[in-house]
Design a protein around this ligand. Structure first.
Ligand code: SF4
Ligand code: SF4
Length: 138
């Protein structure tokens, strides 16, 4: 089964000098999208990337990275709603299947139920004011 995850890889001086991304792509067929990178050969650093591939291949590739001295952390995502810029138009509620976003019938203001959110990210494109974003955290 194909899956896509976001990971933080932290390299020490030794692992930063190895072509890790090349190995992960060539040997495990992982497709990468680099979201952040700050690595210096011989010094170390970190990168945040999205990895897409077969579930078993992703697991094997991360095990390989750990064996090579890379500190691996799978990142979680969370939706953040900015009440300051929200104009309570309700456009986001139309695409939120789990009803995590709803308009209060009494005040006509948007309510966000974080516990009901499944982080499908449908609301982000629906919001005309950019009041919803996804944050990554460890
Ligand atoms: S990410 Fe999906 S479930 Fe969460 S609030 Fe947005 S549309 Fe609703
Ligand atoms: S679409 Fe954006 S501006 Fe409109 S209610 Fe939702 S978060 Fe607020």
């Amino acid at each position: 089964m194909q899956k896509s995850i976001k990971v933080r890889l932290r390299f020490d001086a030794l692992s930063a000098s190895k072509p890790m991304i090349y190995y992960l792509a060539k040997d495990y067929g992982i497709v990468f999208s680099i979201l952040q990178a700050d690595i210096r050969p011989g010094v170390g650093g970190r990168t945040i990337m999205e990895m897409t591939g077969e579930e078993a291949d992703i697991e094997r590739s991360l095990a390989f990275a750990k064996d090579q001295g890379v500190d691996v952390k799978i990142l979680s995502k969370a939706v953040v709603w900015n009440n300051e810029t929200c104009v309570h138009c309700g456009a986001c509620t139309a695409v939120c299947v789990p009803k995590a976003l709803s308009l209060d019938p009494g005040t006509a203001e948007l309510c966000f139920d974080n516990a009901a959110c499944v982080v499908c990210e449908m609301c982000i494109g629906a919001c005309p004011t950019g009041s919803i974003r996804v944050d990554l955290y460890e």
